[in-house]
Structure formats: structure tokens, C-alpha cells
Ligand binder design. Structure first.
Ligand SMILES: *[C@@H]1O[C@H](CO)[C@@H](O)[C@H](O)[C@H]1NC(C)=O
Ligand SMILES: *[C@@H]1O[C@H](CO)[C@@H](O)[C@H](O)[C@H]1NC(C)=O
Ligand SMILES: *[C@@H]1O[C@H](CO)[C@@H](O)[C@H](O)[C@H]1NC(C)=O
Ligand SMILES: *[C@@H]1O[C@H](CO)[C@@H](O)[C@H](O)[C@H]1NC(C)=O
Ligand SMILES: *[C@@H]1O[C@H](CO)[C@@H](O)[C@H](O)[C@H]1NC(C)=O
Ligand SMILES: *[C@@H]1O[C@H](CO)[C@@H](O)[C@H](O)[C@H]1NC(C)=O
Length: 417
């Protein structure tokens, strides 16, 4: 934590960066010289220092101080026709002044406490601020005995609120994050039910039908203690993120930052989550993280953020207050956008699947590298589904390339190796 002001100070200093080593020190990081990745790290750091323009802007409302530069996410009024055009192209966007969830604007935690009774809701408790999502369905095969990084607890809303307030007071690093589905929710008072029914679904469904998206898959009510973080990950769904109370800082990254964000392997309980801890990045292990640039915005009450499918997103709650948000996820298309092989490992299925999956998502935003991400994911998934062994995935991939592609690198024709 003491490092953060130092990083900012050094990042804005105009000292010429002459050597790699100075470059690293300028950014306030120390290098463990015994690591085998040293050269990669030096190279990545040099690239970064050449291209890095604006450092991450400090914002007193948030705890995080990050190592990468950002640009701003655009904002449009909700009824601006250009907004739909941007969403259609898969461009992240904040919609201002939407009437969609206006009935929820009064949802403070105290209001929810009065109106959400006696039903178990999903709550997570962690001993640090990162709530790295894990998929309970993946606690099988090699991960049967895997220990999740935080605890899932079912509790009544008033119990959650009491716990959150006790933890805030204790201020000992333990934090809690409420994440429970909003629909089919029980224990809802007539007043809260009226609010939910007053959501302007016709607006949402109009967008969905104009864009040809499929069904709504799930929505979640998020109530975060101050400072909680949802680490960078991507979803295989389109997402409308509605901010209700308090402020959240959202940082998005294009899908082609796959190389820089080092997702856990397919099949891992943290599948689709980045391994990099933004609060304390290990640049020796993850050197490409130095190359990253984000799109950033602070969303407040009434803002609706469109997070396109496959875009990485990182979300941080403000430091002063609890935050309330609701997410609505949609299938990108009615067809097989669920981009996993779902237990099958036939090569025919695989190629058909790729043909079906990539064109829709890739065509509209090829610039964002979605096709590339889907391809990598599908290949990895095919090998993992067949072998159920991550070391075999590495071995197979190595064997596929070993010694065979030298002629490509030398730039000679493939027919003349
Ligand atoms: C440097 O890395 C090596 C190998 O990973 C490790 O054993 C050593 O403890 C590290 N040193 C420091 C100062 O972190
Ligand atoms: C926001 O929406 C309301 C009602 O739809 C409208 O009266 C108001 O002018 C809008 N405000 C802005 C800044 O567009
Ligand atoms: C922090 O305080 C809470 C509330 O008193 C307690 O339940 C929790 O175990 C404490 N956590 C740590 C890591 O001490
Ligand atoms: C999705 O499929 C359902 C049934 O197959 C159909 O009724 C609906 O109109 C389709 N939606 C879109 C957006 O194409
Ligand atoms: C925190 O939330 C409470 C109630 O929800 C509100 O009254 C208060 O103004 C908020 N404080 C800040 C700093 O936003
Ligand atoms: C995946 O397979 C299971 C069992 O074979 C089936 O119930 C489920 O509907 C499939 N899901 C998709 C998205 O195809």
C-alpha cells in the first residue's frame, strides 16, 4: 500500500528512461533477478515505457492505484439512436438517464433491508478485497479437493447487512459481497415487487430484439461493501450493468488482451478469470501485463453500462459506502453462443461449432480480437475435454508446434521448407 503514492509520483516524472533497469525502477517495482523470465520482463517493460502515455488517474473515491493507462468509456443519452448503433457494433458504452430501472433508484441498503425478508441469499466472505469468482460446477475431476479462495454463505438479508456493518467496523481485511439472483427471488415485500415489476422491460427487450440477441440468461443483485473488487474476467454473454446506489469504477479491456491478462486454464474453477492481481501485479510471472491499456469509467446511480460479450471487465466499489447494482446477461444469439464443447469431443462437432460460433461474434468487432480469443479457447477446451489434464494440454500444444514451423518464421514458402 505504501508503494502506491510512489508509483504515481514516479510515473509522472519526466526523467528519460535510458535502460531497462531504470525503466523498471521508475515504475516503482523491484525485480527478482533469479527468475528465468527476466529477459521477457525487461523487454515487456521497455515496450511499455515507450508506449505508456497517461498513467491511471488517481481518484480519491477509490482505493486502487493501477499500473496501466486508461481511456474513458463513452457516454450517450439512453434514447440516442447512436447508442444502439454502438451497441450493435459491440462498443462498450454508458447509457445516461435511462428510465429502465428508475423504480430501483430508491434501493438503498436500508430500503432493501425493510423489503427483503427471511430467505437465504448468496453471500461471499473473503479475507481480502478480491472476490475471484469460482465455478462450483467445475469442482470435479482434478479440482474435487480444490479449496475456494473465499467462502459462500447463505443468509437472510438482515444477517448480511449486520455482518457487513460489523466487518466495516472491525476493519480487519475481511469483506463481504452479496450476489443473489433478483428474479424468482423470495421474501420480497409488495413494495419491492412493485419496483421490480416497474422495470421498463419493453425498452430492454426492444434493444434485445433489434440486436437479435437471445434469451435473458440470468440477472444478479450485487451489494458490495466498500472497496470490494471483482477481478478482471470475461463472460460469454452480453451484459447490461445497472448501477443503483453508490459508485463503482469499471475498467474494461478488449478481448485481444488475452495474452496480457493470463486467464486460468479452461476447465479450472477460475476459468475466464485473469490470474493477475491488479493491486500487486507480478510482472515477472505476467510480463505482458505491462502492455495493457484499459477503458475506464465511474458509474453512479442510474447509469447503465453495456459490457460486450468477451470483453474483460474489472469492477471496484467506492471506499466510502456500500454499492448496489443489478446485472442483466443475455445470450449473444439464439444459436450456440455458449462457447464450450459441453462434454463432446468429436472433431466434427468442434469444426461445426467453430463455424457457428466465430462469425457472429467476430464479424462485428474483429478489431477487438474476439475471433482469436474464441479460437484459442475452443482449441484448449477440446484438448482439456479429451484429456482432463492441464499438463497434457501443454504437452499436446507443444508437440503440435515442435520443430515444424521454422520455415514460416524464415518467411519462405510453405511448399519449400
Ligand atoms: C526470487 O525468486 C526465487 C525463485 O522463484 C525465489 O526462490 C526467491 O525467494 C525470490 N526472491 C525474492 C527476494 O522474492
Ligand atoms: C432524462 O429523462 C427525463 C424523462 O425521460 C427527461 O425529462 C429529462 O429531460 C432527461 N434528462 C436529460 C439530461 O436528458
Ligand atoms: C474480522 O472481524 C470479524 C468481525 O469481528 C470477524 O468475524 C473476523 O473473523 C475477523 N477476521 C479476521 C481475519 O480477523
Ligand atoms: C429466439 O428463438 C425463439 C424460439 O426459438 C424465438 O421465438 C425468438 O423470436 C428468437 N429471438 C430472436 C431475438 O431471434
Ligand atoms: C452513503 O449511503 C447513505 C445511505 O445509503 C447516504 O445517506 C450517504 O450520503 C452515503 N455517503 C456517501 C459518502 O456517499
Ligand atoms: C450440455 O449437455 C447437457 C447434458 O448432455 C445438456 O443437458 C445441456 O442442455 C447442454 N447444454 C448446452 C448449452 O448445449
Amino acid at each position: 500500500m505504501l508503494l502506491f503514492p510512489l508509483i504515481l509520483l514516479l510515473q509522472t516524472s519526466s526523467t528519460a528512461l535510458r535502460t531497462n533497469k531504470i525503466c523498471i525502477q521508475e515504475r516503482g517495482y523491484t525485480l527478482n533477478t533469479s527468475t528465468a523470465k527476466r529477459d521477457d520482463f525487461y523487454q515487456a517493460c521497455t515496450r511499455k515505457c515507450k508506449t505508456c502515455s497517461k498513467p491511471f488517474p488517481p481518484d480519491p473515491r477509490f482505493k486502487g492505484r493501477y499500473s496501466f493507462p486508461v481511456k474513458s468509456i463513452g457516454r450517450k443519452n439512453c434514447d440516442d439512436p447512436e447508442a444502439i448503433a454502438m451497441i450493435e457494433k459491440g462498443i462498450p458504452l454508458i447509457l445516461k438517464n435511462c428510465s429502465f430501472a428508475r423504480s430501483a433508484h430508491k434501493w438503498t441498503v436500508d430500503y432493501l433491508n425493510e423489503n427483503l425478508k427471511d430467505k437465504d441469499h448468496i453471500t461471499y466472505v473473503a479475507s481480502q478485497r478480491r472476490f475471484l469468482f469460482y465455478d462450483e460446477d467445475k469442482l470435479i475431476d482434478n479440482y474435487k479437493n480444490w479449496t475456494p479462495p473465499h467462502e459462500k454463505r447463505l443468509m437472510y438479508f438482515h444477517e448480511f447487512l449486520k455482518m457487513a456493518r460489523a466487518l466495516k467496523k472491525a476493519n480487519n481485511g475481511t469483506l463481504s459481497y452479496f450476489q443473489s439472483p433478483l428474479y424468482n427471488i423470495e421474501g420480497v415485500s409488495p413494495a419491492l415487487e412493485k419496483d421490480i415489476n416497474a422495470f421498463d422491460y419493453s425498452w430492454l427487450l426492444d434493444i434485445v430484439s433489434r440486436l437479435g440477441w437471445g434469451d435473458e440468461v440470468i440477472n444478479l443483485l450485487f451489494i458490495g461493501m466498500s472497496d470490494v473488487v471483482t477481478p478482471a474476467h470475461y463472460d460469454i454473454l452480453e451484459n447490461f450493468f445497472v448501477q443503483i446506489a453508490g459508485y463503482k469504477r469499471v475498467i474494461l479491456f478488449r478481448p485481444d488482451y488475452f495474452k496480457s491478462l493470463y486467464p486460468f486454464p479452461v476447465g479450472h474453477p477460475h476459468d475466464r478469470q485473469s490470474q493477475v492481481n491488479f493491486d500487486n501485479p507480478n510482472f515477472e510471472k505476467f510480463p505482458n501485463f505491462l502492455d495493457i491499456e484499459g477503458l475506464e469509467a465511474v458509474v453512479g446511480p442510474g447509469d447503465v453500462l453495456y459490457i460486450p460479450i468477451y470483453w474483460w471487465h474489472y469492477v471496484e466499489s467506492e471506499r466510502n459506502n456500500m454499492t448496489v447494482s443489478v446485472n442483466f446477461w443475455f445470450n449473444h444469439k439464439n444459436d450456440t453462443m455458449e462457447s464450450t464443447l459441453n462434454g463432446t469431443n468429436s472433431a466434427t462437432h468442434f469444426t461445426n461449432h467453430l463455424k457457428n460460433v466465430t462469425p457472429h461474434s467476430a464479424k462485428r468487432t474483429s478489431v477487438a480480437g474476439i475471433e482469436d480469443l474464441v479460437l484459442k479457447r475452443e482449441i484448449e477446451s477440446l484438448i482439456y475435454e479429451t484429456t482432463k489434464d492441464h499438463s497434457k494440454v501443454v504437452q499436446v500444444l507443444k508437440e503440435i508446434i515442435a520443430g515444424r514451423f521454422g520455415f514460416v518464421e524464415k518467411g519462405t514458402s510453405a511448399s519449400n521448407p
